[in-house]
Design a protein around this ligand. Structure first.
Ligand SMILES: NC(=O)c1ccc[n+]([C@@H]2O[C@H](COP(=O)([O-])OP(=O)(O)OC[C@H]3O[C@@H](n4cnc5c(N)ncnc54)[C@H](OP(=O)(O)O)[C@@H]3O)[C@@H](O)[C@H]2O)c1
Length: 405
């Protein structure tokens, strides 16, 4: 019965999080229904998903008329299709949507997320940039509208599970775990020799190239610290990063009585997605295609150590940008995006990423409380600035931004 099912708009349904969200829907067809699906350019997968889940709206945001025509040709006439970025907001605010899964990559997720909040939709948030760059805007809107922003990212989801039922005033610290990435034990002196292939070889998680490099530099963990600051209204000095190479404990909360609560599971994104989708219920996974119980007798050891900010300066820079506040995180994200892209192209060294991001932050004139457009402008400025710094470091002009890798 459709009326008893939670009705979802999945923004970015063809991506890693989007596809895994649909796995959860597939596992619980009596609990969830899909009302809208969006992708940027992956027509074939979007059409396949639309045929399976029968949303009332399918959106292709890429703006390519031929691709839109291909989508229309591929879909039954009963499905509405639209294109362009405004389609994301249309999908996020449809009257029969209960929950918006914000799983696009990049800053493009911010406006539709804010529109969905204003329309009273619950948000299951995967999109990192939305909170890192525009956390002040998104959380203020959510507070005003009385809407919940539920984290999909495994670390924030773990914190949420540990915080549930507790008095926030009794929380001493949030402890975000980090696998440490492929270079956890590598001496600083050898970091600069690491190639993109070596950096892409993440020990526990399979993800896209940008986030995998961010995991190798611990920038990703720094972005998660900023997200945690906004989600849980926690000052930066009370958010710590703990390296935990096994990635079994996804984060921890330390309380004033010295208790530490941890959330453990096999590293896999289906669980945090499912938890956000079904909240406040926990759904039984036994017998579903998602079942993945953690066997304690197979966990040989759980190790924890402090994060080394000297060997991983990107983590320090993210903390600094968070404390600076205002538009500084947008500058951090913009500069990092360019620097990671140039590293993946083999233009700069791994260790140049932190140099470029640090210098860009130094040159940035912080805007105290930027609007969405200013956030976008700062991020674009930082990308350009990072490029100029990289050209100086490389001693040569670089191929145009956006060129094929
Ligand atoms: N993957 C993870 O395990 C993970 C974990 C935690 C948080 N996150 C965060 O979740 C977000 C999504 O991650 P992901 O790994 O799923 O990314 P992804 O695999 O790159 O997928 C991104 C999705 O967004 C669409 N998209 C990309 N650029 C767009 C644009 N400019 N306008 C509209 N749609 C666009 C893509 O469509 P096309 O396929 O058509 O290009 C795709 O559906 C990111 O912010 C990421 O940091 C990811």
């Amino acid at each position: 019965m459709k009326s008893n099912r939670r009705r979802l708009a999945v923004l970015g349904s063809t991506g890693s999080i989007g596809r895994q969200t649909l796995d959860v829907v597939r596992a619980y067809p009596d609990r969830f229904a899909v009302v809208a699906l969006t992708a940027r350019g992956n027509v074939d997968l979007l059409a396949e998903q639309a045929r399976e889940f029968q949303p009332s709206l399918t959106v292709l945001t890429g703006g390519d008329p031929a691709a839109l025509q291909r989508l229309r040709d591929a879909l039954p006439e009963t499905l509405a299709t639209t294109s362009g970025l405004e389609g994301l907001t249309t999908a996020a605010t449809l009257p029969d949507v209960d929950m918006v899964v914000a799983a696009t990559s990049g800053l493009v997720g911010v406006l539709p997320t804010i529109a969905a909040i204003r329309a009273g939709k619950t948000i299951a948030l995967a999109n990192k940039e939305t909170l890192v760059m525009a956390g002040h805007l998104v959380m203020a809107e959510a507070k005003r509208a009385g809407v919940a922003v539920l984290p999909v990212d495994s670390e924030h989801n773990a914190l949420w599970q540990c915080l549930r039922g507790e008095d926030p005033a009794t929380v001493r610290r949030l402890l975000i775990t980090a696998s440490g990435g492929p270079f956890l034990r590598l001496p600083l002196a050898r970091m600069r020799e690491m190639t993109p292939d070596q950096a892409l070889n993440h020990p526990t998680w399979r993800m896209g190239p940008k986030v995998t490099i961010d995991s190798a530099t611990l920038m990703n963990k720094g972005l998660e610290v900023i997200e945690a600051h906004w989600l849980y209204d926690m000052p930066y000095e009370r958010i710590a990063v703990v390296v935990h190479p096994q990635s079994i404990i996804h984060s921890m909360v330390e309380y004033v009585d010295d208790s530490i609560k941890m959330q453990a599971s096999i590293p896999n994104m289906h669980l945090p997605i499912q938890y956000a989708l079904s909240y406040p219920e926990r759904l039984d996974r036994a017998g579903t295609a998602l079942a993945l119980p953690l066997r304690w007798d197979e966990v040989a050891k759980l190790e924890f150590e402090s994060a080394d900010m000297e060997r991983f300066p990107c983590l320090r820079l993210a903390y600094e940008a968070g404390v600076m506040g205002g538009s500084a995180p947008a500058a951090l994200v913009g500069a990092d995006e360019t620097a990671v892209d140039l590293f993946l192209r083999g233009t700069i060294r791994l260790t140049d990423i932190a140099l470029i991001v640090g210098e860009t932050l130094q040159r940035h004139n912080i805007i105290a409380s930027p609007g969405v457009e200013e956030v976008g402008a700062v991020s674009a400025w930082a990308q350009e600035e990072a490029r100029r710094i990289a050209e100086r470091l490389a001693g040569a002009s670089l191929p145009p931004a956006g060129a094929e890798r």
